[in-house]
Design a protein around this ligand. Sequence first.
Ligand code: SF4
Length: 233
Amino acid sequence: MTRWGMVIDLDRCTACQACVVACQVENNIPPVDQADSERGRGISWIRLAPFREGEHGTRPSLRLVPIPCMHCERPPCVKVCPATATVIGHEGLVGQIYARCIGCRYCTTACPYTVRQFNWKKPEWPQPMQDGLSPDVSVRPRGVVEKCSFCHHRLQRARDQARMEDRTLRDGDYLPACVESCPAEAMFFGDLDDPRSVVARLAAGPRAFRLLEELGTKPKVIYLSKGESGGDV
Ligand code: SF4
């Protein structure tokens, strides 16, 4: 069984935000104006969160860490949704069924990674941005919670391709937009259960760690700490 996961190498990440922009364009994420942004109502499925590094009392340095949905193996968001709008797919992806979402935001409160976004207003795309909307991704209405799907529509395309070629889906058959767009090649994606995959090798390496692992959510996004990155891949 495939178990899709992502590895982010913090030693390579330059915090350029190419992943944020790629995600925005790929997934029809509505832009907001400055006033909405100042009220904290911007929507982004992957964000660069600031973390301080260094001992207490010393001069800390700031690191920016890309944070998408972790597609947890034990996701608290799924447990609290009263409308079963948040579900785990058979390949371990945590999906959001927008037609079922009632906007109660229990999931947003339960998610320890704060990756869920509530649509506060009717999404609008001024021309010519409307022409760039992806036909493969739904345009979410006001009042629902949305989040990263690991570009699930790309997985569907890869599945169809594999079916046409009469073979099973393989590691490397599909990449989310953020991974594909990263100019520093700091993001990797693939099957964590395939021991030959790059992500499985990196996830088993000495620099690998997961965010808030102590909560028992078992995130499928794995980070590589700063250090010698040469030879890992
Ligand atoms: Fe749910 Fe948050 Fe885990 Fe994503 S990161 S699966 S939204 S608990």
